[in-house]
Design a protein around this ligand. Structure first.
Ligand SMILES: CC(C)(COP(=O)(O)OP(=O)(O)OC[C@H]1O[C@@H](n2cnc3c(N)ncnc32)[C@H](O)[C@@H]1OP(=O)(O)O)[C@@H](O)C(=O)NCCC(=O)NCCS
Length: 178
């Protein structure tokens, strides 16, 4: 199932997305707020898993395409974190776009569609987002779409004391989104 916004398409993954996705996952700028970049194999495994979940549930991490150019830009979507968090269980919204597409308001545009799908088609009560305290770009997206900053916490998979360990949690319900 494919969804459209004014400038974007949220869709299942294509084989041709794998190469540009691996390239962005290997880019230290794109992965600046993650513990490491990803290998081609890790990147491909993520695509396989994301596509499987999308087919199974009808929601998940969609590949995002720029309508005007047809270019694959990255992903935006909904996900159940694969590890225990202080506020589990939750459904999170997440995004990762390649550098040429930053700063155009694309992540908030796609994220609003993902929230709408979660709330209206899948009756989700609340959606969260979290990111490293240092990742102000991502927090800006959370604020733009109406999410409320709640609490800070230490990410369970990052060693305490490391700069990326401290994270911030945002939450949103259907009537708060904008
Ligand atoms: C976070 C991310 C998805 C934001 O997407 P986006 O489509 O650029 O979002 P916006 O255009 O709304 O910009 C959000 C903020 O990013 C910052 N920003 C924009 N362009 C930027 C650039 N080229 N370089 C650095 N920061 C930039 C600005 O602060 C902007 O806020 P503003 O619009 O109030 O000025 C994107 O930066 C990204 O994919 N980053 C790498 C992966 C990542 O960190 N994902 C989140 C993990 S939780």
């Amino acid at each position: 199932m494919e969804y459209q916004t004014e400038r974007l398409i949220l869709r299942p993954w294509k084989h041709s997305d794998r190469e540009p996705f691996a390239a962005m996952n290997a880019d230290p700028d794109v992965m600046r707020y993650f513990p490491s970049t990803r290998t081609r194999e890790e990147s491909d495994n993520m695509v396989t898993a994301a596509d499987h979940i999308l087919a199974q549930k009808g929601w998940g991490l969609w590949a995002v395409e720029e309508k005007s150019s047809g270019a694959f830009m990255g992903f935006v979507g909904l996900n159940i974190p694969g590890y225990e968090l202080p506020f589990s269980p939750v459904i999170e919204i997440g995004w990762r776009l390649d550098k040429p597409f930053w700063g155009k308001g694309y992540a908030p545009e796609a994220a609003r569609k993902a929230l709408e799908i979660g709330f209206n088609q899948h009756a989700m009560d609340e959606i969260v987002a979290f990111t490293a305290l240092e990742n102000l770009q991502s927090q800006r997206v959370m604020e733009k779409i109406g999410m409320c900053r709640c609490e800070e916490f230490d990410h369970p998979s990052i060693k305490k004391g490391q700069p990326l360990c401290r994270h911030v949690l945002y939450r949103v319900t259907k009537n708060q989104m904008r």
